[in-house]
Ligand binder design. Structure first.
Ligand SMILES: [Fe+2]
Length: 376
């Protein structure tokens, strides 16, 4: 899918250049031919007049009716004014047509999606404008009109599908956030943990070269990394003291529980969420859990969330520990590059640390409020 999108972007870039050349060329032709025609009216130069007439006639021969202005009068001035006017209108419509496509293609070549109601409207207006010169060049005029109407309706339909897809995505996101909040409330991860992990994951994914759209999928999916904790008994999750080996083993099962909870899901975000839930405690050195996967057997999404989750756990206060200083947590992540964490993700973490630190401060857990003394 992503490959197809890159191809579309490349082709759009090429078409954008062609459409731009058409715009520049038609503007040049409008200015050049009009200027030559006007000069030839005032300057009685036989060669110039012959050149202008030949060019206008050659243009006229392309249409069914031709530039009949050339035929209606023996008077040079009348013929040239009518012929040049037709030339002007035809080229102006073609230029307008190419201009609208230029704008749309520019967006697509940058990876933006062009399917909006405004673009559909622009294409519709463009196709109506093409009808303006139906009397001069009916075949070209009708062809441009039909193509314009077809593409305009295609854009309308694509806009409708986009809106539907956005609605579905919005519902999916709301459900993910609600489920993440349930997990948050059940475990020790108070405050903004899930939001910060999601934001860190997006920054890391972007730093690793994912597109914004892909990074958003990882961001949403990361919110469910601990979804399996829903199946871990609350008595263990909420236990304030040290855990027994059995209790710790039960907590570790949240990864396999997450995998099972999400096993029948469909859709990009939830499929990614299942991968993350299962693999966010794996380590490149094989000492992670639940499967002891090594290096490339762990998905990049799992590796990203592993760094985001641990960095946030270290810099957050828990019932059993104080929050680490951000520099200490940073050093801990770097120290474990290649063993606990994937090297490329740690590099991305180091390179994007300013953004990560900003997120940590922006989404910090609420501090207990100090009440102002009341006057008695
Ligand atoms: Fe976890």
């Amino acid at each position: 899918m992503d490959h197809a999108r890159k191809n579309i972007m490349r082709i759009s870039k090429l078409l954008y250049i062609i459409a731009k050349i058409v715009v520049i060329f038609t503007i040049f032709m409008i200015v050049f031919v009009t200027t030559c025609s006007v000069i030839s009216i005032f300057v009685e130069n036989a060669e110039l007049r012959e050149g202008v007439m030949k060019y206008l006639q050659s243009q006229g021969s392309l249409s069914n009716f031709g530039y009949f202005g050339l035929e209606i009068s023996d008077d040079y001035m009348t013929s040239v004014i009518v012929g040049t006017s037709f030339h002007f209108v035809t080229n102006f419509v073609i230029m307008l047509y190419a201009l609208v496509f230029t704008r749309i293609l520019k967006k697509v070549s940058k990876g933006e999606q062009p399917f909006t109601k405004q673009n559909a409207k622009k294409l519709f207006i463009m196709s109506i404008v093409a009808l303006l010169f139906i009397a001069m060049n009916p075949i070209l005029s009708l062809a441009l009109f039909l193509v314009g109407i077809f593409i305009s309706n295609l854009f309308k339909y694509a806009t409708y599908l986009n809106e539907k897809s956005q609605q579905t995505q919005h519902i999916q996101e709301s459900m993910i956030i609600s489920m993440a909040e349930v997990v948050e409330n059940k475990s020790d991860q108070t405050g903004q943990h899930i939001r910060r992990v999601a934001e860190y994951s997006k920054v890391l994914a972007m730093q690793l070269g994912f597109t914004e759209e892909q990074a958003d999928v990882i961001k949403m999916a990361s919110m469910m990394h601990d979804i399996g904790k829903l199946l871990v008994p609350s008595a263990i999750l909420e236990k304030p003291g040290k855990l027994t080996d059995e209790e710790y083993a039960e907590i570790k099962k949240h990864t396999t529980y997450g995998d099972k909870l999400l096993k029948d899901v469909e859709g990009e975000v939830l499929i990614c969420a299942r991968k993350i839930a299962y693999e966010h405690h794996e380590r490149p050195d094989g000492k992670g859990y639940p499967r002891g996967l090594k290096k490339n057997s762990i998905s990049i999404e799992g590796k990203i969330v592993a760094v985001a989750d641990v960095y946030d756990a270290l810099t957050s206060k828990r019932t059993y520990k104080d929050a680490w200083d951000s520099k200490q947590a940073y050093d801990e992540i770097v120290k474990n590059s290649g063993t606990q964490f994937d090297k490329s993700v740690v590099k991305a973490f180091v390179d994007a640390y300013d953004k990560i630190d900003e997120i940590r401060e922006k989404f910090a857990d609420a501090q207990p409020q100090v009440l102002a003394p009341t006057e008695t």
